[in-house]
Structure formats: C-alpha cells, structure tokens
Design a protein around this ligand. Sequence first.
Ligand SMILES: *Cc1c(COP(=O)(O)O)cnc(C)c1O
Length: 395
Amino acid sequence: MDKKNHYFDYASTTPLDKRVFEAMKPFFTDVFGNPSSLYSIGQEAKKAMDIAIKKITDILGCKPEEFIFTASATESNNLALLGIARANKKLGNKIIISNVEHKSILTASQALAKEGYEIVGLPINKSGLVNPAELAKLLDKKTILVSVIYADSETGTIQPIKKLGKVIAESRRKHNRATPYFHTDASQAANFLDINANNLGVDLMTLSAPKIYGPKGTGGLYLRHKIAIEPLIYGGGQQHNIRPGTENVPGIVGFGEAIEIALKDKSKEQTRLEKLRNKLEVGILEKIDKVFVNGNQSGRLPNFSNLSILGVDGETLLLYLDAQGIIVNTGSACNSRTSEPSYILGAFGRSDEYIRGSIRFTLGRKTTGKDVDYVLKNLPPIVKKLRGMSSPKKL
Ligand SMILES: *Cc1c(COP(=O)(O)O)cnc(C)c1O
C-alpha cells in the first residue's frame, strides 16, 4: 500500500517553502536583535524587515507604512472590523458583511453587534455571488464599513470585488463622506488573483502567510493611508501604534519571501492546478453518482473542488480517506470541532443533506497527477462501502 500522504487541504494551511525557511533561519539565531534597537544587530533586523515590507507592499501597490503585520488572518480580520468600527463610531454604526465570510469576520461582527453596531448581512445570489446592485441598496450615510471576502474558504468562489468597490466609492461621493471603507479578506485569493489594492478599490485587505507557503503565526492587514483605526492592543509604539509589540522578524522576512515566490509562480501554478483540479472533479463525477459541485463553477479559485457526495457523511468519509493517506477537509475546516452544518454552504443554498455529504479538496504546489490518480482509484470504493453501510431510514 502507498504510505505516502496525498495532501488535499491547502486551504487549511500550506507547507513552509524551503526557500522561505532558509531566508528566515538567520533571524532566529544570529540576527536576533530587536528591530527597535539602535545597535547594529537591531538595525540589521530592521533592515531585513524593511526589505520584506517592501516586497509585500510593492505587490499590493501601496506604501510600506500602509501594511501592518499581525499574528494571523484571524487577527487581521478582527483588527479590520473592531478597529474601524470603534474609530469611526461618530460617522455611523452600520456594517455590512457578506453571508460567506470566514468565521473570524462573522464572530467579530457578532461582538460588534453587542457593542451596539448594526450588522447587516449581504446575501449571495444563485451563482454564489454578491450582487453589486444589492449592496448599493443597503448602503447609506451611516454605513462605515463593508467587508466581502475575495474568495471564500469553502468553495473558492471569487467575489466581484472591483465592482463592489465602485459601488462603495459611488456611495461615498453621493454622501460626500470618507466612509464606508471597504475591507476584503484575501487569505485564499492571494495565491492566484490580483491583490493590488488600488486595482481592487479596497481600503483594507487581510493576508495570511501560512496560506501562501509562508510561516504560521504571521498575518497582515493592508490599511489605506490616513484611515482612522483603533488598535486591539496597546504598547510601545511599533507599527505606527496600530499593532505594537516587538515585531516577529523571522515571520516577516518569511512573509516577504513567500509572497514574492507566490507572485513569480502565479500564472504557471494557476494553469497547472486548474488542469489537475478539473481532472479530479471530472473523474469523481464520472465514477460516482449523486455527486454535486459546490460553488460557482465559472468563477472559482483553480485549486478548489468542494463536492457534495449524497448518502455519505463528510466527516466519516474524511476519516476513511485519511486511513488511505488521502487528506481532505469537510465543508469548513474551522467548524470541524463544533460539527455544526456549514453556514457558507447554507448560504450557497445547499440543504443539510448536501452539506453533510460535503468534502473539500484543495490542491497546491506539491499536488501531482499521481495524487489525483490515487484519489480516483481509492475514493469510489470507499463511497460505495459507506453508502452500503448507512441504513436507508437514516438518510
Ligand atoms: C484561513 C483563513 C483565515 C484564518 O486564518 P488563521 O490563520 O486561522 O487566522 C481567514 N480567512 C480566510 C479566507 C482563510 O482562508
């Protein structure tokens, strides 16, 4: 039996790229100085950090001071929502978020609702897209923030961020205000899509290093110049007082390296992974009946395949696949502890039966045709077995 792992969960996390690891190494041991210190090993660390920031901000098309490092995309999303809401309270209390946001946006907005903010959900249409005209209807003078994910983490469906940005800019003009600000979570999208902030028309954008083959414990938030934001933590003035605390120098160096590599390989990987994903998906649809694709099939990230396999339980299937060395996830990786049905697939109009039978394959840099062949060989007999086991009345 093939004991090698066939990893199909790149949306949960990616392996650290060896080149990134090499670039980070000296900053754990030799160049360990505090970047705020004036002596040379401090300044050497500062210089490396500045180079990394420039690599990132060149890709975002912004100034170095417009990017804030955090410890995770979760923190970035919290900073964006709580920070903008609290700093701009005088301008209004309404916040609009789409119905397919990551749990960190959803729960941060629930916390804001307790503080008295009005949180308005923006539904997606039949194709899984936020409709710019629907957003236009919801925008008013007291809306201070809109948050719409660039590509969701369950189906990879790509939202029309540019168009939404135009609608938001129009609302600002109409009301002659600086608000609403526009935030997008680009954690999944950054591997494949344009993340130039001005092209997209966003004011804030969340990034995550461990989703782009960078180090864990490293996230970031693009924050347009001069936008008022309240920090989540207080300290010694680092990062313009927006996110103080001694910087994670190895992490930041790794982030810079990782994003540069991702950009370089982007179009090649896009084509390669799309072909592999399609081979996987078409193969599964051919070999197994009652399988349905979740998400917008004409506008998804190239590495996502979220499938509802009716008559099986996604989590049971996950465990059977794991026993064969195939690593996948169910609807939502982050919900697996709570085992509640995915609200994102629910927003896509899927009933509980479809959600229960959903598994998510996400491909990445190390995925090969052999991995896909291995799944196509091993998945059908497992599904057959599980379908045979489940009692008809339970279905
Ligand atoms: C993974 C992910 C996050 C959260 O990342 P953490 O590293 O767990 O903080 C947020 N948003 C999206 C879209 C993600 O895919």
